[in-house]
Design a protein. Structure first.
Ligand SMILES: [Zn+2]
Length: 44
C-alpha cells in the first residue's frame, strides 16, 4: 500500500514493518494515497 508523508511529501511504502513512520524524516503521520478527488461544485 502506498502512503505519503505529510511532512516531507515523499511516497512511502509500508510493509509489515511494525510501525507507521516515514523512513526519510521519521514523521509519523502518513496520508493514504488515493486517486485525487476532483469535484466541481457549482457555487452561485
Ligand atoms: Zn517524511
Amino acid at each position: 500500500m502506498s502512503y505519503k508523508c505529510s511532512r516531507c511529501k515523499r511516497d512511502v511504502e509500508l510493509d509489515e514493518y511494525g510501525g507507521v513512520r516515514c523512513p526519510y524524516c521519521g514523521h509519523r503521520v502518513l496520508l493514504k494515497e488515493r486517486a485525487p478527488v476532483v469535484k466541481e461544485v457549482d457555487v452561485r
